[in-house]
Design a protein around this ligand. Structure first.
Ligand code: NAD
Ligand code: MG
Length: 489
């Protein structure tokens, strides 16, 4: 078991407060919640829970900073602050990783990889800050000049989930700051700690007061933000159900801009001619990465009928060999995030046993790990495509395997859910690979690979998997608005 650093122990030894206007402050109503270590259910910290008064304070701080300071800040200055923040995260990478590992439950090495991804993302968008160009548009009248400006939106609320807490926060903060907005980050109540540690680094990096707030709280806090009349933008990652509420809250308040990264039920398609060695190296992770708590999880595996048994056996053997344990013991898979999520996943497994054939796993408790929220990798053979475990996002280590014959049948099944986030196709036939890629209803298609990401490549959902594209140049559109300026010369 990895030992915790002195810095991490110090950090965990105090109650956590709200970060508003570069100051730490208790919630006005003095409400707190507890965040636990999902590997053993122990309380890690007590954390302030932001209510209506605190949300107003955070919005005021952000609005004042935007009007007085950030609106007039040079792009170069924004870039420098972001680069400085990236350096501080790099300096404290081990502390961030320990905090994330404890609060979320993920293996330490994975938490460290998340920190590295967050740094790369921040650096990538620091590079954009002074490259947000607009256009000059010819209008067929030489005496008229028309040009456009890309302007910041103002105050942006960033509401993030618990599966990749630091990475999700930076996916939103980085482009929002590069574009010159002031931000209110609302981490998930299950994993507030890395955002709190980040806030202290924001102050250390020299960001002006009010440019970044961190408001810890629950869904109520998120709802207060999404209904607020003086917030210009909500960027959300989480469940489709809450995403719909956020869109409705925008409509009911001030039509704030909304971007949504929601759930998925992604098809991972294996043709008979695929390079089975590469499939095998990838498949077990496509199915069980982050204990299945991943929006792009390849949770529906489609295998050409002739190779079905072979793939099913290989997956079961590889899944069986995955080591589970607390994140600090550096296992392959950590626990689920909470008792509630454990119950949710177990309910899906029970349902799956009625509607499909269990090939591996199930819900029996794991020896020595009964205090944590662990679930074994679970594989079902599923023929009925309308079965609940085929249609709904489970967000746990549970996948379905289904045989197919022919592209037409395959595409009907692969596109046959309300989701459209990610997808993958494995084949050696280059024409077929691209044909299928064009017909899949998903925001990303991986050919002969899975879960490949880069800050420069847009990511987001078709259908009920979301609105808007994060990452790459596309994210600049989420945090700016376009203005046309007409000049009679
Ligand atoms: P959630 O969508 O409820 O929570 C995500 C974030 O939204 C959290 O910060 C939460 O506090 C906030 N939130 C909750 N209710 C809100 C509201 N009414 N208005 C504004 N913000 C609100 O997700 P969950 O309940 O933690 O998990 C439930 C399921 O959601 C999971 O089982 C999984 O299927 C899905 N999920 C998906 C992702 C993803 O990345 N696609 C991430 C987390 C959860
Ligand atoms: Mg926690």
């Amino acid at each position: 078991m990895k030992n915790l650093s002195r810095d991490t122990l110090d950090f965990l030894s105090t109650d956590k407060q709200l970060f508003i206007g570069n100051e730490w402050t208790r919630a006005a109503g003095d409400e707190v919640f507890e965040t636990v270590n999902p590997a053993d259910g122990e309380v890690l910290c007590r954390v302030s829970l932001a209510g209506a008064f605190d949300v107003d304070s955070a919005v005021n701080a952000a609005r004042t900073a935007y009007t007085d300071t950030v609106r007039g800040m040079s792009p170069g200055k924004r870039a420098a602050l972001m680069h400085r923040l990236a350096e501080l995260i790099k300096r404290d990478a081990a502390i961030f990783a320990e905090i994330e590992c404890l609060d979320n439950g993920k293996p330490y090495k994975r938490a460290l990889a998340d920190v590295k991804a967050a740094i790369a993302h921040l650096q990538y968008y620091a590079g954009w800050a002074d490259k947000i160009e607009a256009s000059q548009i010819p209008v067929n009248d030489p005496s008229v000049l028309v040009y456009t400006r890309r302007e910041a939106l103002g105050v942006a609320a960033l509401i993030v989930p618990w599966n990749f807490p630091l990475v999700m926060a930076i996916w939103k903060l980085a482009p929002a700051l590069a574009c010159g907005n002031c931000c209110i980050l609302k981490p998930a109540q299950q994993t507030p700690l890395s955002a709190i540690y980040l806030a202290e680094r924001v102050r250390e990096a020299g960001f002006p007061s009010g440019m970044v707030q961190v408001l810890t709280g629950d869904g109520e806090t998120g709802a207060l933000l999404s209904h607020h009349h003086d917030i210009n933008k909500v960027s959300f990652t989480g469940s489709t159900a809450v995403g719909k509420k956020i869109l409705a809250a925008s409509a009911a308040s001030n039509l704030k801009k909304v971007s949504l990264e929601l759930g998925g039920k992604s098809p991972n398609i294996i043709f008979g001619d695929a390079d089975m060695k590469r499939v095998r190296e990838s498949l077990v992770w496509a199915c069980f990465f982050n204990s299945g708590q991943e929006c792009t999880l390849g949770s529906r595996v489609y295998v050409e009928a002739s190779r079905f048994d072979e793939v099913a056996e290989a997956l079961a053997a590889d899944a069986r060999s995955l080591k589970m344990g607390p994140g600090l013991s550096n296992p392959d898979l950590g626990p689920l995030i909470s008792a509630q999520q454990l119950e949710r996943v177990r309910a899906y497994i029970r349902r799956g046993k009625d509607d499909a054939t269990l090939l591996l796993g199930g819900e029996e408790p794991l020896e020595g790990l009964d205090d944590g929220y662990f679930v074994q990798p679970t594989v079902f053979a599923a023929h009925d495509q309308q079965a609940v475990i085929v249609q709904e996002e489970i967000f746990g280590p549970v996948v379905t395997l289904t045989p197919f014959s022919g592209e037409e049948e395959l595409l009907a099944m692969a596109n046959g859910t309300p989701y459209g986030l990610a997808s993958a196709v494995w084949t050696q036939d280059i024409s077929r690979a691209h044909r299928i890629a064009h017909d899949l209803q998903a925001g990303v298609v991986w050919i002969n690979g899975y879960d490949m990401f880069h800050p420069a490549v847009p990511f987001g959902g078709y259908k009920e998997s979301g609105i808007g594209r994060e990452m790459g140049r596309s994210a600049l559109d989420l945090y700016t608005q376009e203005k046309a300026v007409w000049v009679n010369l």
